[in-house]
Design a binder for this molecule. Structure first.
Ligand SMILES: [Mn+2]
Length: 353
């Protein structure tokens, strides 16, 4: 029996709304799901497991029709899904009344239930969120029922407010495979057995690194899985080292060069570090047109010609301030205090002119 395990697709989300690439993002979430379905079709995958938060919020009726159509086109694959905290089954949820295609099997009860697939000797268990939060550790007490040869648990949660999970209890639950969702970073709790697939596409800028799905096979010899990177974009945080010789233009070029080492669809957060020349203005706002840059954080320190400044300001506050500092090490707290103090004093002086 071969399966694909995805989670946290978050259809309907609009990550980073307002930035240059963000208009394409909602469509990309759908696009990546469609590409997963193409893989299911090509590989004749038996089972597609969706471990919650297929939608980012309450699904619209037309969105359910769309997603159901896509599932219904699969000629070899059975789809099992649960609702997570984001798309929890509210009283007025369209999930309650929607008529799914024959090959789609929602486990929408708030208590554990299961769906059996005699054709590949498998039973899939799961429950769905009926509220935004569930603080009870519902998975701690559950165990495989022994109904079919292969038993799978579809589960969503793992933090304090969303069904806290005890790894040990899960480990003893007797399931052959536990398909987890909710934590967006892919991670393996037990090799080939208890796995967070991670969000199919990252939907948060702090959620860096690759995203994708789990591809698995269950045979008499056990379960084998591999994780498949599949997302169109990644969030990447980069540091760019600035030195005294740099100008705004040369920093911009450094950013472009560093970015070019990555897939150009990726989304970048850049931190400028190091020392900039005394009179260099690094206008981060004017550098983001190099493309797909979410944010540029300027953490550079200004390099001052202290002797000259002291000479030019002898007798005023700036000169006295510099004089207060004796010897200090490069990068020390003293140096930082001197630079920040000077910057404030010089800016203040400038504004008075
Ligand atoms: Mn969730």
């Amino acid at each position: 029996m071969r399966f694909i395990h995805i989670a946290d697709v978050h259809l309907g989300a609009e990550p980073d709304a307002g930035s240059a690439y963000s208009e394409e993002r909602p469509g990309e979430l759908w696009g990546t799901l469609e590409r997963v379905l193409e893989i299911c079709e090509q590989e004749r995958t038996d089972l597609l497991l969706i471990a919650g938060d297929l939608f980012h919020r309450q699904p619209l009726l037309r969105e359910l029709k769309e997603v159901n159509y896509l599932f219904s086109e699969l000629t070899h694959t059975q789809v099992v899904l649960i609702a997570g905290n984001h798309d929890h089954i509210r009283k007025d949820s369209h999930y309650r009344t929607f008529q799914w295609a024959e090959n789609v099997h929602p486990l929408f009860e708030s208590r554990m239930s299961c769906v059996e697939f005699p054709e590949f000797q498998t039973c899939v268990y799961g429950l769905s969120y009926h509220s935004r939060e569930i603080r009870e550790p519902l998975y701690d007490r559950c165990s495989a029922g022994g109904v079919r040869r292969y038993e799978i648990l579809l589960a969503h949660g793992g933090d304090e407010k969303h069904i806290p999970i005890d790894r040990k209890a899960l480990g003893k639950s007797g399931f052959d495979y536990i398909a987890l969702g909710h934590i967006h970073k892919p991670q393996v709790l037990e090799k080939d057995r208890i796995i967070y697939a991670g969000a199919l596409e990252s939907i948060d800028q702090n959620d860096t690194g690759a995203h994708g799905f789990v591809s698995g096979e269950i045979t008499d010899r056990g379960v084998r899985t591999r994780w498949v990177p599949f997302a169109q974009r990644e969030y990447i945080h980069l540091q760019v080292q600035v030195d005294e010789e740099d100008t705004a233009g040369s920093v911009r070029k450094k950013i472009c060069k560093l970015k070019s080492e990555y897939n150009n669809k990726n989304i970048f957060k850049i931190t400028l570090t190091g020392v900039r020349g005394e009179d260099v203005v690094l206008d981060a706002g004017r550098m983001d047109d190099v493309g797909n840059i979410l944010e540029i954080v300027d953490e550079t320190r200004r390099k001052y010609d202290l002797e000259r400044l002291k000479r030019e300001n002898s007798g005023n506050l700036i000169g006295r301030f510099i004089g207060e500092f004796g010897e200090y090490d490069e990068g020390s707290l003293e140096e930082q205090a001197l630079c920040e103090g000077l910057e404030a004093l010089l800016n203040h002086k400038g504004s008075q002119i």
